[in-house]
Design a protein around this ligand. Structure first.
Ligand SMILES: *[C@@H]1O[C@H](CO)[C@@H](O)[C@H](O)[C@H]1NC(C)=O
Ligand SMILES: *[C@@H]1O[C@H](CO)[C@@H](O)[C@H](O)[C@H]1NC(C)=O
Ligand SMILES: *[C@@H]1O[C@H](CO)[C@@H](O)[C@H](O)[C@H]1NC(C)=O
Length: 281
């Protein structure tokens, strides 16, 4: 599935948090689900790329009908986006010696799709951009993810874009810990009427790399939930380690993606394999 160059797909995985990894976020509004997850405040209108999943599903249904769930497609897309976005820089001889850290990884399959999708489950389940370390730690722990996983997965903020409304409270004239140069630049970009978008990592906006941790150290990050990683000794140490070791961070990121892909997975007993990812069968 080489088409998943769209970094939005990585972010789709954060939607696993609402109902678990059961593709509930893909469901459109219908009489069965009049207010689905995709219209929840954290997802709308940010979450995009649904048509990429639809295209994959259509091909798969033609090849082997009723076998690959939409939940598995989302998980595979997360894996493929991770591999493609992290493999852009040229291999050096040293990378070669380190061996394969930019290679693919196995994402277990066999998930079933859920048939319930509720916008009301997004706010309580998705970590908000203004969360502090203790809130983040708790929200990840509830989903079976450790503090280490939380810091590792925060690295996903190294790609993609964000709406200004997610961090406007950190821009001048409000006092915040943001680097003043970045704050001034964002203030300029965000002053174009409406709710514009900006890149999340101004240094390497299109690469999934450990630049994020360098940005955290330098206070060049958008969200309070990023800046807060400096506020505890444990998370500070994890940030420093990730900033120093790109290989180890990527290895841990891949492992955390697999872990995230196993959150509250549905089985044949409580799920189905949808024929179309936007509708229950
Ligand atoms: C679904 O939501 C969209 C956007 O809010 C709206 O335009 C449409 O009428 C809704 N459809 C149904 C069936 O509720
Ligand atoms: C983190 O935020 C929560 C919720 O707003 C608050 O109750 C808690 O006191 C905060 N913790 C710290 C250490 O600031
Ligand atoms: C949703 O799935 C459950 C479990 O498979 C089933 O009992 C229920 O009838 C389904 N509901 C809808 C609206 O499809």
């Amino acid at each position: 599935m080489g088409m998943f160059v769209n970094c939005e797909v990585v972010l789709t995985c954060s939607s696993l948090f609402a109902q678990g990894c059961d593709a509930s976020v893909l469901l459109d509004n219908t009489t069965a689900n009049p207010q689905p997850e995709k219209f929840g405040i954290p997802n709308f209108p940010s979450l995009r790329g649904f048509e990429v999943i639809d295209a994959a599903k259509e091909k798969l249904e033609k090849e082997c009908e009723g076998v690959v769930s939409c939940a598995d497609i989302v998980a595979f897309a997360g894996r493929d986006a991770t591999v493609l976005l992290s493999g852009k820089k040229k291999f050096s001889f040293l990378d070669f010696l380190w061996g394969g850290w930019k290679s693919g990884f196995d994402m277990p399959a066999g998930r079933y799709d859920g048939n319930v999708s509720l916008a009301s489950e997004t706010l309580p389940n998705l970590p908000p951009p203004f969360a502090n370390v203790s809130v983040l730690e708790d929200m990840f722990r509830v989903k079976g993810l450790s503090l280490e996983d939380m810091v590792t997965l925060s690295g996903a903020h190294t790609v993609g874009i964000s709406h200004c409304s997610s961090f406007r409270d950190r821009l001048p004239p409000n006092p915040s810990s943001m680097d003043p140069t970045l704050a001034a630049s964002l203030q300029g970009q965000c002053s174009r009427g409406g709710d514009p978008t900006v890149v999340q990592d101004p240094e390497t906006p299109d690469d999934l790399d450990n630049q994020y941790y360098d940005n955290v150290q330098k206070r060049k990050v958008l969200f309070k939930s990023d800046a807060t990683l400096l506020s505890s000794q444990t998370t500070l140490r994890l940030v420093d380690n990730h900033a120093k070791d790109p290989q180890e961070w990527l290895k841990q990121f891949k492992a955390a993606m697999v872990k995230m892909g196993s959150i509250e997975v549905k089985t044949e007993a409580n799920g189905q394999i949808r024929k179309h990812c936007r509708f229950v069968n």
